[in-house]
Write a protein that binds this ligand. Structure first.
Ligand SMILES: [Zn+2]
Length: 147
């Protein structure tokens, strides 16, 4: 009996693993669509201009600084994660991710205040990231959909 339960759990975990893998693949694939767009950002002035334009579109008044990296990079460092305070949000992009749609993606995380209301449990937090925060940012960055 106990063995059966473990088998069922094992089977469930396997399918969850396969499902999770396919889901991640689809999610990544969707965000990769954006990489075929033109609008490659090659210098800081361009990045600042795009940041300003996209911030206005989203109605973000908070300070957001852009950082153009030499490396393949696309992420946002939330101001709220700096416990010393006083720093703005920083969006860092580089390599093939140095594009307008990636700036839009990261700005949407800021717009939706994704540093807030995260589950404390790390597994739930990961699921929240995969099924809520990241799809929202991808939908906006890639398709302009505000979910
Ligand atoms: Zn994201």
């Amino acid at each position: 009996m106990t063995e059966d339960i473990f088998n069922i759990i094992g089977e469930g975990a396997k399918w969850l693993g396969i499902g999770g893998g396919s889901y991640m693949g689809a999610l990544m694939g969707t965000s990769l669509i954006g990489l075929f767009y033109r609008d490659r950002i090659t210098n800081t002035e361009q990045l600042e201009k795009i940041l300003q334009e996209e911030k206005e579109k989203l109605g973000i008044n908070e300070e957001v600084r852009g950082h153009l990296s030499e490396d393949f990079e696309g992420h946002v460092h939330y101001a709220q994660n700096d416990f010393l305070g006083g720093t703005p949000h920083i969006i860092s992009i580089g390599g093939i991710l140095a594009r307008r749609n990636v700036v839009k993606h990261e700005l949407y995380h800021i717009k939706k205040q994704h540093w807030n209301n995260r589950p404390k449990n790390s597994l739930l937090n990961m699921l929240d990231y995969l099924f809520r925060r990241e799809p929202q940012a991808i939908a906006y960055g890639t398709f302009g959909l505000k979910l």
